[in-house]
Design a protein around this ligand. Sequence first.
Ligand code: KG4
Ligand code: ZN
Length: 340
Amino acid sequence: MSVTILGIETSCDETSAAVVVDGVEVKANIIASQVELHQKFGGVVPEVASRKHLELINHVIIEAVEEAGITYQDLDAVAVTYGPGLVGALLVGVSAAKAMAYGLEKPLIGVNHIEGHIYANFLHRPDLQFPVLCLVVSGGHSDLVLIEHHGSYRLLGRTRDDAAGEAFDKVARAMGLGYPGGPLIDRLAREGNAQAVQIPRAYLEEGSLDFSFSGTKTAVLNYLNRTKQKGEEVNTADLAASFQQAVVDVLVDKSLLAAAKYNVKTIMLAGGVAANGLLRRQLQQEAGKKDIQVAYPPVILCTDNAAMIACAGYYKYLRGDFAPLTLNAIPALTLGADKY
Ligand code: KG4
Ligand code: ZN
């Protein structure tokens, strides 16, 4: 018997609904992005995001079910992101999911957004063997997580200041490139020289698996100021390439350090920054030298989407891990610490 799950994701600035069968077959994955709406503010405005989610949520769910070619009764469960994220944004998805679960008399599944990012890997690679090390790099997180079996997470390291994606976004904004910064820097860096500008890398104490990107970001801001004061032109491609290289070097080195320390032979990438071309290439190259395999989701499944939520929901369904209809949005929900 197959298991069909409706996934709903509204934690930040994408309103998304997906239908996924058995955690692998994506029948529909509708993503309504609000990026353009927030672009003029240079970042996500929480209140604007919540209102937009409210406008879009029903349309996105209806479209997903239609595109999947199923009826609502064909659904086995409704899985929804209930944290971490913007509280007003989360509440829209959580309310919609609860209403559907109640109305359809189907189980409700609460999914941690970060768990969703991790499970974007299992959508394509259900064969991945545990233990797995996951580098979660998004707009809000830079975490190294050891996963020994489905649903078990051990946080080995995290950022002490800016998340990797946040650093990309802030640097891009200072360079006048726009929002979100990651894909813009990724593209621009391809034409630049990564050795052109000296950017510091923070490795912290010997053996530390934590990250720090604020010094790296500040070095770029200082470089921009100095160049401006001297009345010189900034070579944005060189600066983008140098900054990206500094971030990627630390992400790759610490992932390999963690893999060696915990004797893990598979590293997965997850989160928006997992779409970064250099990160994918460099990790694969360096891990290959140590006989470690690397997995990452297709680009469209790296950034926020509901298919990854439905996939994480599928494994919770198999464990019978259901949420009550009192499920609430939890903006600071931590991985592996479900609260319902
Ligand atoms: O996972 P995500 O969609 O949302 C959060 O949960 O935060 O990640 C968004 C982040 C943004 O900071 C964006 O700039 C970054 O992912 N990002 C990238 C790339 N694509 C998205 N960063 C570097 N290179 C990319 N190609
Ligand atoms: Zn995300």
